[in-house]
Design a protein around this ligand. Structure first.
Ligand code: IPE
Ligand code: IPE
Ligand code: MG
Length: 249
């Protein structure tokens, strides 16, 4: 298979970001509590992670909990926290064995102490893995992430460590996604067509795909549809020539 200069499979996508939406509606349609939708959503996430490398995807970023989701009923919030505990407890070993590096995007402050510790441990345990990058956005907001990145630079300026003016590169290096491949495509399930504060900076030239499937029904078929749609897009990045014209061998 020919490869582009950076080593990836031509056509991509290398990095898929998923707004996993529709758990509540999935449960509602079955007369079940919303919680059951979230539980089924975790199963869908596992299927999707497992299938991703088969499509040449190197990185998945999934939206698990937004800075705005704290406004949900306390019981639902606590259930979502509980799912993180069980997911990491049950799956960390498997992710580790599969060569997955897990990274959690978002503010640690505000998370229950035990969740912050679990996240820290999961990141440390998998830090050396480089086969696949799984980023889970949890207590994440795109605006908060941009503000935090700008503050990092400002703090360095105020401390006298640098006098450099803020640039896109400096800001990008302060984001929680630093080092991940560029986001090729942002997918939202459930039919809603908005970003809801997800990856605002990284979305600049990402393709947007909206799928009508509710997240608990997601899996390899839906992901295959994303890959096909993506490969039929013409990414011009403001220019006139297709980026795929750069295939070298
Ligand atoms: C997405 O499903 C999961 C989270 C936001 C945690 P929702 O819970 O938003 O489901 P709907 O949108 O109410 O159907
Ligand atoms: C976005 O979905 C957050 C996650 C998927 C975790 P929401 O369901 O919270 O977004 P809105 O309220 O429909 O914009
Ligand atoms: Mg929703």
């Amino acid at each position: 298979m020919p490869r582009v200069a950076d080593g990836s499979i031509p056509g991509g996508p290398r990095h898929v970001a998923l707004i996993m939406d529709g758990n509540g509606r999935w449960a509602q349609q079955r007369g079940l509590p919303r919680t059951m939708g979230h539980r089924e959503g975790v199963r869908a996430l596992k299927r999707t992670i497992q299938a991703a490398p088969d499509f040449g995807i190197e990185c998945l970023t999934v939206f698990g909990f937004s800075t705005e989701n704290w406004s949900r009923p306390a019981e639902e919030v606590s259930d979502l926290m509980g799912l993180v505990r069980t997911y990491v407890a049950n799956d960390l070993k498997r992710l580790e064995r599969a060569g997955v590096r897990l990274r959690v995007l978002g503010r640690r402050t505000g998370l229950p102490d035990d969740i912050a510790a679990i996240v820290e441990r999961a990141e440390q345990t998998t830090a050396h893995n480089d086969r696949f990058l799984l980023q889970v956005a949890f207590n994440y907001g795109g605006r908060a992430d941009i503000v935090d990145a700008a503050r990092k630079h400002l703090d360095r300026v105020l401390a006298g460590e640098t006098g450099e003016a803020l640039t896109e590169d400096i800001l990008g290096a302060g984001l929680s996604t630093v080092g991940a491949p560029p986001v090729d495509v942002i997918v939202r399930t459930s039919g809603e067509q908005r970003l809801s504060n997800f990856l605002l900076w990284e979305a600049a030239y990402a393709e947007l795909i909206y799928q009508n499937v509710l997240w608990p029904d997601y899996g390899p078929e839906a992901l295959a549809d994303v890959v096909t749609q993506y490969r039929n897009r013409d990414r011009r990045f403001g220019g006139v020539e297709s980026a795929t014209a750069r295939v070298v061998g």
